[in-house]
Structure formats: structure tokens, C-alpha cells
Ligand binder design. Sequence first.
Ligand code: BES
Ligand code: ZN
Ligand code: ZN
Length: 483
Amino acid sequence: MHVNILNQKLFDSTSDVKIVFVVAKAFEHRWIRDKESFELLGFKGESEETLFVAASRILYVGCDSLDAEDIRLSAAKALEALKKTNVKTVSIGTYSSDCPGMNVKALAEGLMLGSYVFDQYKSKKESSTLESVLICLEDYARTDVSVETASKALKEGTLIAEATNFAKAIVNTTPFDMTPIALAKLAQTLTSLPNVTCKVMDETFLKEQGMNAFLAVNRASVHPPRLIHLTYMPKAPKKRLVYVGKGLTYDSGGLSLKPSEHMVTMKADKSGGAAVMSILKAAAELELPFEVHAIIGATENMIGGDAYKPDDVLVAKNGKTIEVRNTDAEGRLVLADCLCYAQELKPDLLVDMATLTGACVVALGEYTTGIMGHDSALKHSMQKAADKSGELSGMLPFNKYLKKLLKSSVADMSNISSSRYGGAITAGLFLDNFIEEAYKDKWLHLDIAGPAYLEKAWGYNQSGATGAGVRMNLYWMLEEAKK
Ligand code: BES
Ligand code: ZN
Ligand code: ZN
């Protein structure tokens, strides 16, 4: 599906179908040509409501306001309504006379996000026939709505949404197909982008580097682990941004085995890894002025005669010792070593992303990413970026009393807290043990366990993977690039 800008008024454009947003239930807009039928057909203009009037070939979509997030939602709903039709071309107008410079970026994001279908394992493909969407610059004659600005917004929105869809596809792929080696191979394909390189490290490297916590998690898996390191290096970068992702291609829980109903969906435990890879991809495509690194700790957490065990003590890359009390708290072990590796790059910003704890989902609900870290301004800047991007986030506060709950009588720390409460924060505080003093205020931990994977669709997110964390970080970078 292609989205293009058209220097034409909506009703001068030729397309199979026109999409008209019914904004804030106002039926008087000049584009609304069927309002007499709305009552008969039961269309109220509610958000997420659509009505196709065949005679005028107009698809009406309810839209609460012209705010970015409402535009994304309505654009996605419009595409959803067209999925099962044979429509090939649609056009949609920008409401620039009502709202100067209407958010073409949000429109593009909504269209692209809404068009995502995962049918890799269906014998009958569900993808729609839609080939092209034209965004008509209604007031193109006005100086403040130039084709150039609109095209830039379109490009930004499209690339951000495509990166999000790229992450969804990785996460939705089965653990049989997306092994650590397969994930590494996929990462290597990104080197076709300008200024992107990729290093893939195997067990020998992990052993040399003393990454024994990471290796322990991998032990019972028949698939060898991979440390994937992607770099985007533009000319004269302003800053060095390092992203670390949890890439558990499957989390069975290990010997502390998950109950069957909790194991289903654990292919999604690679969501952090998929997100950091997608962020790097879009950063390169957008030619952002930052050096960006994406580091992924890729492994499975399995059971077997060689599995690591509760009672084991592991020595991490930085020499700290960890008592294993629960093998299902494996993500933090992999991240501990990867964070040590990441700090060797001397980052200006260090962000880790992980489906780390069920406790984060209990704390914030299924829709929301948990933001943790030491620096208040940094946390706020990420939350602000999340708000702008349409992702939901909430801050979870660290404190020294929760940190004490990780004490172990046999090692430097335990891999689980001694309390059943505050599990998302204690997981974050576990990671804090692997952050050097110099990077404490440059570090953010994003727990995406809730929003990364959906049993039930919501908003413009289909069921399955959502690409959580991709958009908020790209919005953060775009904001930072303006400084
Ligand atoms: N991958 C899980 C966390 C998770 C739970 C992600 C639900 C997505 C949805 C993680 O490895 C895990 O199992 N965490 C344990 C930690 C506990 C043993 C301290 C958990 O949350 O129960
Ligand atoms: Zn686990
Ligand atoms: Zn896990």
C-alpha cells in the first residue's frame, strides 16, 4: 500500500472511495454529503464508528477531534473497514482550513498502522486489495500548507509506522521460525541501509566476555545464543544513543516452569529486542543525526538436564554474583550482561526495553509501558514523547527500601525480590546493579510486558504484537534532534 500527497481538493481527486472524517459529530462539514441518511443507517459519528455509503462512494469515519491520536485512530479504523472490500484506491482530505497544517504525520501513521495484517501462517491470505491512499491537500493554494512540509510529515509518519509494523512481524513469528540465529540473520539484512553495520556474536564471545548470566539462561536450549549489535553511524552525530533489548525468542520459565496458560504468548518475550532493532532501522531511514546502537540478547529459556537451576550462583560480566532463586526471572539476567556490554560504548543515553515482569502489567494495566530510571527530567522527556506518539506510559518510582529486597545470603544479590509486591520496580532495581555510576542518570528502563502483545485488539492495535516502545523512542529522538 502506498500513501501519497496530492495537490488537489478531495472531491476533485479520482479514487474508488473517499474517506471523510466526521469530526466531533459535526454533520455540517462541506464534505459530508449523506447526512440525511445517517439517522436511517444508524450512524452517530462516534469514535471508531464507520459507515460506507455506496451511492456516493464515501466512507464516513467518526473522529472525536483533530488531535493527533484521534486522527490515528480514525485513519486506522477507515482502513480496517476497507480490508474486506475490493477497493484499490482511496483519497482523504486534510482538514487544513479548520485546523491549519492538519497532522499529515498522524494520518500516515494511522493508515500504515491500521493496514498491518499478520497472515504468514494462514493458507488463505487476508491482505486487502488497497493499493494506494491519496492525501489531498485541500488548501494547497495556501502558503502554510506546502507540499514539501506535507511530504516530510508523510515520510516521517510512514517510516515510524513501518518500523512499528516491522517489530510486530518479528514478534508474531513463531519461536520455531524466529530462533536467535534467525533473529540475527534478520538483523543483518538491515545492513542494506546506508551507514548501518551489524555484528553477531556467539557463545565463544559471550564466554570470553564473562557474560555468564546470559549464558546460563541459554544452557538448556538447543538453539545457541546470539548477541546482536547493530550500529547506525551517520556523519558528525550529535549524540550516542544505545538501546538494549530483551530478545527471549521463547520463555518457558525454565525449571521454574510457567503454568501452561502463562506460557502461551511467550514468543512475545523478544519484543524488546524487536523494538530496538526497529528503532535503529527507522533512525537510519530518517537519517537522524545520532549514532544509534541496538544490542539484543537473543536466547530461549528452556528446560532440560543442563538447565540452570534455582540455587545456582552466576557471575555476571561486571563480576557481580547472582543467586538464582527463580529461573523465570531470566530477562534481567540476560539484560544485566548486555547492559554491561552496552556501557563500554560510553553512551549519552542508555535505554533498555523488555517484557520484563507480569508485575508491571498488574501495576499499570495491559496498555501501558512502565518507565523507570534515576533521572526525573529524562523520565519526563520519555513520557512526553510517548504521549505525543500515542503510546501509553506511566512512571514507576525506585526507592532504596525496595532495592534491599534483592539481598541474598549467599551472593551479591538474588534474581528475585523477597516480597510479592512492587515486582516491576524490583526488577528495574535489579538491573540498576549493572549500571555504573557514570551512567545512572543516562539510563532508562522500559518494561513493555503489558502493551507488547495483545490477546484482544484495542484502538489501532491489532491482536498479537503491537511494536510497543518503537514510536515513543522515535518521537523522543525527533524531539532531541530539534535541540
Ligand atoms: N517474560 C516474563 C514476563 C512477562 C509476563 C511478560 C507476562 C509478558 C507477559 C518474565 O521473564 C517473567 O517470567 N517474569 C516473572 C518474574 C518473577 C519470577 C519474579 C514474572 O513476572 O512472573
Ligand atoms: Zn520469565
Ligand atoms: Zn521473560
